[in-house]
Design a protein around this ligand. Structure first.
Ligand SMILES: C[S@@+](CC[C@H](N)C(=O)[O-])C[C@H]1O[C@@H](n2cnc3c(N)ncnc32)[C@H](O)[C@@H]1O
Length: 206
């Protein structure tokens, strides 16, 4: 399963979807194939024009929009934010009054900050999934309304993973990465030691 297929698999047929940062609207194309309407938006007019020249489906509502600026209250209950950094994702959510029942993210970085800042915005992790595409790991997180007290391990390494086998593989990858950083660094790095311990603990629990 690639990233877009994984997002698709987490969307129900009744969900009213807006995909912000849609690029060529691959997700909306998949949804349209099962007769589901969606809004696909992107900050780039060029990107949207290119998508519009390839897409004919009346089920796909393409829009140029910075974040959720052009999305009206009631138009969507499910938000997809994929292929952006955590700070962009958080900025988009801080700049809107809209609320969503479900937010599916695939952030490029800082998943610990994402979990924590989403909690401040009253969105808690419902489930997570590690996806491997072109030999790279991607961290998909589904948020729902509410907040919770996360442990340090949950903030750093996530929780409620759908694909345990892939999660283990990802943890092994991280362990190897942090051990290599530790080996090549002369200075003591407490954060790396903490992460190595958390990963080892988590690996033993799985
Ligand atoms: C790497 S692409 C990701 C495409 C697709 N969502 C995916 O996961 O494969 C990131 C897209 O986000 C768009 N983008 C970046 N910042 C944005 C913002 N503030 N509002 C809307 N779109 C944005 C970019 O123009 C680009 O098309």
């Amino acid at each position: 399963m690639n990233r877009i297929e994984a997002i698709y698999s987490l969307i129900n047929e009744k969900d009213k979807v807006v995909d912000v940062g849609c690029d060529q609207a691959k997700l909306s194309l998949m949804l349209a194939r099962r007769n589901q309407r969606s809004i696909a938006s992107d900050i780039s007019e060029k990107v949207i024009n290119k998508a519009a020249s390839n897409i004919e489906s009346p089920l796909i509502d393409l829009r140029v929009s910075n974040g959720l600026d052009k999305i009206k209250d009631g138009e969507a209950d499910t938000l997809v934010l994929s292929g952006m950094g955590t700070h962009t994702i958080i900025k988009i959510l801080e700049n809107t009054k809209l609320r969503f029942n479900k937010i599916i993210t695939i952030s490029n970085n800082y998943h610990n900050i994402l979990r924590s800042k989403m909690n401040d915005l009253n969105y808690k992790v419902s489930k997570e999934q590690i996806i491997k595409e072109n030999n790279k790991y991607y961290n998909l997180i589904v948020f729902e309304n509410g907040n919770m007290n996360y442990s340090e391990s949950e903030i750093e390494l996530g929780l409620n993973h759908l694909d345990e086998k892939m999660y283990k593989e990802y943890l092994d990858f991280l362990l190897n990465k942090y051990n290599n950083i530790k080996k090549s660094s002369k200075d003591k790095n407490n954060k790396i030691d903490v992460l190595i311990n958390l990963i080892n603990e988590k690996r033993n629990q799985l």
